[in-house]
Design a protein around this ligand. Structure first.
Ligand code: C2E
Ligand code: MG
Ligand code: MG
Ligand code: MG
Length: 288
């Protein structure tokens, strides 16, 4: 395919050591124009109730359809977008697009499903952030209750007092706040208590071996019981097998997300799933 060929060409001309640097340069230069050229896409992955399979939210995950490289994953360009400041307009585009998409789905009769957007720490620090969120909700005509933000512990702990103040302002708009990749950072319970976070999202690194690794099992169980006793919802990400699902259900994990139910889908396919309203576990062979 063109992607592989392109990579090989760079190897021939520049030597293997420079492949990553070259790819990075291509991405950095392209990123500046990608918004204007409408090269970003959002895929949506359902979050489902652990016991009923009912879809409660759709998480928007950004992809970049690069003209030569094909679909680029967010892990490859979000860090560059952060370094270059492009994360501010890109983050705003993601938020607006996700809200507009949910509005369209609402008009098809899909109600009571939230849309979840991942936030970068740079967005939280941006002076007009809360105002821009408010503006988008107003313009799109979406109640704040149907928007969810996913923020990592690391982002909160970089400047806890500031983060708590912004997150509280977002809570005042009715927005649902989830702590993404929970368990991988160092957030203290003292800070979590200071703002009304709604959900803890157990990082997929603890879910993967939850059946075979007793440490991971203990961490996942501890997060679930802590969430339950603090009156927070707990969701597990990266759930791929029926065994992992059973483990989490038995310990009263509220919600589940992962390839077992669905991979992230383009909007048209996500709409089909939403019309069903319920997710059922799919066999591994049917996932690809
Ligand atoms: P995240 O928010 O923790 O998202 C979970 C990642 O795990 C996604 O990768 C998703 O596709 C993947 N995933 C979901 N289910 C499974 C599973 O069952 N097994 C495995 N192995 N993986 C699963 P993706 O889409 O590549 O996104 C990676 C990260 O990029 C996200 O992690 C998030 O931190 C960031 N990201 C994505 N979209 C945005 C965005 O719009 N803005 C910002 N700031 N960051 C974003
Ligand atoms: Mg997330
Ligand atoms: Mg996550
Ligand atoms: Mg993660």
């Amino acid at each position: 395919c063109a992607k592989a060929q392109g990579r090989n060409n760079y190897k021939i001309y520049d030597g293997a050591m420079d492949v990553n640097a070259d790819r990075r340069l291509i991405l950095t230069n392209g990123l500046r124009r990608a918004l204007d050229r409408e090269e970003f896409r959002l895929h949506y992955q359902p979050k489902v109730e652990a016991l009923s399979g009912r879809v409660v939210a759709m998480e928007a995950l950004v992809r970049w359809e690069h003209p030569e490289l094909g679909l680029v994953a967010p892990g490859d360009f979000i860090p560059i977008a952060e370094e270059t400041g492009i994360i501010i307009p890109l983050g705003e585009w993601v938020m607006r697009r996700a809200c507009e998409q949910l509005r369209l789905w609402q008009q098809e009769g899909i109600t009571a499903v939230r849309v979840a957007v991942n936030l970068s720490g740079y967005q939280l620090q941006y002076r007009d952030f809360v105002a821009s969120v408010q503006r988008i909700l107003d313009q799109v005509g979406l109640p704040g209750e149907l928007l969810e933000f996913e923020v990592t512990e690391t982002v909160i702990m970089q400047n806890p007092d500031f983060a708590v103040s912004i997150l509280n302002q977002l809570r005042d708009l009715g927005i649902h706040i989830s702590i993404d990749d929970f368990g991988t950072g160092y957030s203290s319970l003292a800070h979590l208590k200071r703002f009304s976070v709604n959900t803890l999202k157990i990082d997929k690194s603890f879910v993967r071996d939850v059946e075979s690794n007793s440490t991971d099992a203990a961490i996942a169980s501890a997060i679930i019981s802590m969430g339950n006793s603090l009156n927070l919802k707990v969701i597990a990400e990266g759930v791929e097998t029926a065994g992992q699902l059973a483990f989490l259900q038995e310990r009263h994990c509220d919600e589940i997300q992962g390839f077992l139910f669905s991979k992230p889908l383009p909007p048209e396919e996500a709409a089909i799933l939403l019309r069903r309203g319920i997710c059922t576990a799919i066999e591994p062979s049917r996932q690809e």
